[in-house]
Design a protein around this ligand. Sequence first.
Ligand code: NAP
Length: 326
Amino acid sequence: MLFIWLCIIFVPCILIPVVVYLRPSPKKSVNGKHVVVIGGSSGIGKSVAIVAAKEGANVTIIARNVEKLNYAQKEIESYKCCKEQIISKISVDICDYESLEQNFSKIETIVGPIFMMVNCAGMAICGEVEKFTLDEIKQLVDINFLGSLYSVKAIVPKFKMRKEGIIVLTGSQVTLMGMYGYSVYSSCKFALRGLAESLYMEVKPYNISVTLALPPDTDTPGFANENKTKPTETKLISDTAGLATPENVAKKLVNDALTGKFFSYVGFESYMVTTLCTGMSPFSTFLDVIMEATVLGLLRIISAFYIISFNKIVKKCHENKTKKIM
Ligand SMILES: NC(=O)c1ccc[n+]([C@@H]2O[C@H](COP(=O)([O-])OP(=O)(O)OC[C@H]3O[C@@H](n4cnc5c(N)ncnc54)[C@H](OP(=O)(O)O)[C@@H]3O)[C@@H](O)[C@H]2O)c1
């Protein structure tokens, strides 16, 4: 008799939370909604804007260069699925907080309340830490970290008031792991993880989701610029992985954000790094946690071989440099 009562009390207590957390969230839609893409005039951001336009959203792209904005606006217009859709642009520097906040309010009165904000503005300069000028360090911190923080600070009150919203921040694979030549860029991107995880908990009660996108090397104008500054070591390590297309990264990013996933990644290496670094990060379903817990040990062993091969590349380059000096 006692056993039956225990079953009646405890089985639902265990089963209900498991079933609730196993269930994936239903996918939200951007059709007819307002999507703002900061950094939407080029690369991954422009592809995100195109995906949103194809799904019926009103899209606003934000960047600094007016010519690039005009060109991108025309391209995004061509992907609209109905003629009522509004594709607009604003020229703002994300590091100018007041201007960003004012422009968010202005664009809401013209296009409608913002439903999703994707921040893709960012840039990389590579090199060993001692070779950076102080201006370069400040530039990377401003664009990659402060810009993201400012965009969040400007949008959260609007989302909280409406009890609805989606925020996407763009990190990189070096948000979760360090790599030769990325000491400055990677530390800015690591900071985004702290921002995204804390924010996730702060805004969850308001029906606002946060996604941290972690693109691998992606074929964009930004990547071409980054390549100009890569030391040989960084180039050789990067070459061990493939190059994603901005279209694929954008499709995955939008899908993950609309299904409320915290991390958005593409490809095996990104899956491995993200799974290894999940730690105390938010999760979407309990099934994800079970999968991660099952493969963690094996992935750690595989990761050791990656680390060994990266360190071998660095050692070889160091030996070559030393030989040249002698
Ligand atoms: N491509 C890759 O391999 C890769 C890999 C991992 C992570 N990521 C990250 O993904 C994001 C997008 O990279 P991407 O390669 O697509 O870059 P991209 O082609 O250079 O595009 C960057 C966009 O951000 C805008 N932007 C830059 N600084 C800005 C500022 N201060 N204020 C407003 N807009 C600004 C640029 O326009 P304006 O210059 O006209 O302002 C442009 O629209 C970045 O955060 C990058 O760190 C890229």
